[in-house]
Design a protein. Structure first.
Length: 335
């Protein structure tokens, strides 16, 4: 009889949890709370974890990060890997608990040891920078590899970085390119531009300018400013793509409007020479002036050279355009 009652009680608890889960999926969080709270108070680990998420997100309850941490802690203490990871994240950020990187590392490790890829990559990062744990590049590479082998793009990129720089693993550009490619194929823009650069240099892969342009373009199309500048440069000199000044201007402008000083300087040159755009000394002055303000020392030379071809009124107008462009966050840059 006791065994029957125990099984029956467990079955009823499962039904209550499922009712709460169905309600939550339908957006009915008050019903989910009513079903899960008694279960959580009785020690049901899934109910505790889900209550932690509800309080963290403010779903059906007032948002309360301390309450979220409380329920996640209870679930984490029972070995729930996602709760352990989320609790580690909270300690890392000081969200609902005091910030404590050593405590964060503790919870990441528990989740990482049972295969949680997000915990593995975060623990790898902590070992890499010595945050909450002693700095240890080999240990960083170990945990990063476990996440990379699960297909996490960021971990694959980070492992590629380890091989590129010989941190925690022997320096091996071929192995680096392998991991960058895996991350690139998942759409990681930083990995894509890095792989593109390796093809351009012939580092770890055969030199191939067409392949370099291909990967650079994929990153540029995701809005990566350095990739946009690099692709503009490839069009300007015809490296891996047909020389096309109009396309060069397009990509320089996209990067320039994100604040990339080299792209701004090159866009100024295109206006000064009338390549890909009509010659326009005012626009050339504006972009080279902005590039100079953003730290490109060579751009000041272009600005000063262009100014010799302009009237004082035109220079003043170009300076106002530069000021407007900067103050608008590159939303109002005229030419």
């Amino acid at each position: 009889m006791a065994l029957f009652l125990t099984l029956s009680g467990a079955a009823l608890e499962a039904q209550d949890f499922e009712r709460g889960l169905s309600a939550a999926r339908a957006g009915d969080f008050p019903t989910a709370l009513a079903e899960w709270l008694p279960l959580a108070e009785q020690g049901d680990v899934l109910a505790q974890y889900n209550l932690g998420l509800m309080y963290g997100n403010g779903d059906g309850v007032p948002q309360d990060q301390a309450a979220a941490a409380k329920w996640l802690h209870l679930a984490a203490d029972q070995g729930h890997a996602l709760a352990q990871f989320n609790l580690g994240l909270r300690y890392a950020q000081g969200n609902g608990v005091p910030q404590d990187h050593a405590e964060a590392a503790k919870w990441y490790r528990l989740a990482a040891e049972v295969g949680d890829a997000s915990a593995q990559i975060n623990l790898g990062v902590m070992y890499g920078i010595g945050q909450g744990v002693p700095q240890d590049y080999a240990e960083s590479a170990k945990w990063t590899r476990l996440a990379a082998e699960q297909g996490v793009a960021l971990a694959q990129f980070n492992l590629g970085q380890g091989y590129s720089h010989g941190k925690g693993v022997p320096q091996d550009h071929t192995e680096a390119a392998k991991w960058y490619r895996l991350a690139s194929e998942q759409g990681d823009a930083v990995a894509q531009i890095t792989l593109g650069a390796m093809y351009a240099m012939g580092q770890g892969v055969p030199q191939d300018y067409v392949e370099a342009a291909k990967w650079t373009r994929l990153a540029a199309e995701q809005g990566h400013a350095l990739a946009q500048y690099s692709l503009g440069l490839k069009y300007a000199i015809g490296q891996g793509v047909p020389q096309d000044y109009v396309a060069a201007v397009k990509w320089f402008r996209l990067a320039a409007e994100q604040g990339d000083a080299l792209a701004q300087s090159n866009l100024g040159w295109m206006y000064a020479k009338g390549e890909g755009v009509p010659m326009n000394y005012g626009a050339a002055h504006m972009w080279s002036n902005i590039a100079s303000a953003n730290g490109d020392q060579e751009a000041a030379n272009l600005r000063d050279a262009v100014a010799k071809q302009m009237s004082q009124d035109d220079i003043s107008k170009a300076q106002r355009m530069a000021s407007t462009c900067l103050s608008s966050g590159y939303q109002d840059c005229g030419g």
